[in-house]
Design a protein around this ligand. Structure first.
Ligand code: RAM
Length: 359
């Protein structure tokens, strides 16, 4: 049996258990939590009052994105500013461009965007930056080179998310058999970065074969269609990793009503505890992972307000304070992200702890 290369599973579980029952306010390893830094909230009030921050999620219908946007609203409320939530209903860059234009028209102070495509948004974002709007990406990074400069709010270490999902599945299926990935949009930066690390991790498991990746576009109906296609094309499939809350909840719902499939098939990935708990308790899913999306939006809101107020920067090593979450340090760009801060490690959920989380 393998253990994850990055953070031992036991440690991750221990973190989950330790945090149970309290607000999941994990900080990046480079950060200091407000619990150990009581002046955090006070420092944060250096943000300008009356800021307007446009939150542009992947789409406005995905419950995960809705929770993240609420976290952003919470942050701006604390800071005496406001959030405008604007996006399309499909996970495409084209659907997000009108929202960037709207932010420019409204003379917004900052944009917080979940990129549906690494580079298709860059010309519009550049235009926004030239109009003086600060750019933050969250959930799914953009890749615009140096123009416009932006800060990515990463939910957890990208490599750890990818490798740990493979390790969870390997542990459940005895590291053997055909597996597949049920992803979101084929152009989504976050999904593709995680999948890259999954493939890397799979080289440690020679008896597990990734047969295909299918894309449900974070749309429940499309996710169901591609899942059914997958199951009929690969009747011997032993495992599915769905690194999207829409994909995993759709697949769990389907398996729940087709329980005979569970004799040979294991599902894991990234899910909202609120959507997944019934499937965990009835045995459809044993373990899955996530972080607190509300905290992700809250951190992004503070980062945007900090950039717009001059109290945060994209400079490697610079720090800013994100209200009750505490202090964060900007990390240098990597092969998969621009300059970033990391919210914290993901939590593994199972029957023992899944009821303790309210997102
Ligand atoms: C979905 C989206 C989002 C991803 C989560 C885990 O809701 O694809 O981008 O971060 O799942």
């Amino acid at each position: 049996m393998h253990t994850p290369s990055f953070v031992p599973r036991k440690v991750t579980l221990a973190v989950a258990v330790t945090l149970a029952g309290m607000v999941l306010a994990a900080c990046s390893s480079s950060g200091t939590s407000a619990a150990t830094n009581p002046t955090a909230a006070a420092t944060a009030s250096s943000a300008k009052k009356g800021l307007t921050v446009y939150f542009i999620p992947k789409d406005t219908q995905n419950p995960y994105e809705v929770i993240a946007d609420k976290g952003g609203q919470r942050a701006l409320q604390e800071l005496g500013g406001k959030v405008v939530i604007s996006s399309g209903t499909a996970d495409t860059a084209a659907a997000q461009i009108p929202s960037i234009q709207a932010a420019i028209q409204a003379h917004a102070d900052a944009i917080v965007i979940a990129g549906n495509d690494p580079s298709a948004l860059c010309p519009s974002l550049n235009q926004a930056a030239q109009a003086g709007i600060k750019i933050v990406s969250f959930d799914s990074d953009i890749s615009c080179g140096s123009s416009p400069s932006h800060l990515f709010i990463n939910q957890a270490n990208t490599e750890q998310i990818g490798t740990s999902e493979v390790d969870l599945l390997a542990n459940e299926i005895g590291s053997t058999g055909q597996i597949a990935i049920l992803s979101a949009a084929a152009s989504a930066t976050n999904q593709n970065a995680w999948i890259g690390y999954m493939k890397q991790e799979l080289t440690k498991y020679p008896n597990m074969q990734l047969v295909t990746t299918v894309y449900g576009n974070d749309d429940p109906a499309t996710s169901l269609t591609v899942l059914q296609g997958l199951l009929s094309a690969y009747p011997n499939l032993r495992g599915i990793i769905s690194p999207t809350t829409v994909g995993i909840s759709t697949a769990a719902q389907y398996l729940d009503t087709h329980k005979s499939l569970l004799a040979n098939l294991t599902l894991t990935g990234l899910g909202l505890p609120s959507q997944m708990k019934s499937y965990v308790h009835d045995g459809t899913v044993k373990e899955f992972e996530l972080w607190n999306p509300d905290n992700l939006g809250y951190l992004a809101g503070y980062a945007a307000a900090g950039l717009a107020s001059g109290s945060a920067s994209t400079q490697t090593g610079s720090t800013f304070t994100a209200g009750t979450l505490g202090s964060y340090t900007v990390l240098a760009p990597t092969s998969t992200t621009g300059a970033s801060v990391v919210l914290g490690p993901p939590t593994v959920f199972n029957a023992a702890n899944v009821d303790q989380f309210d997102f």
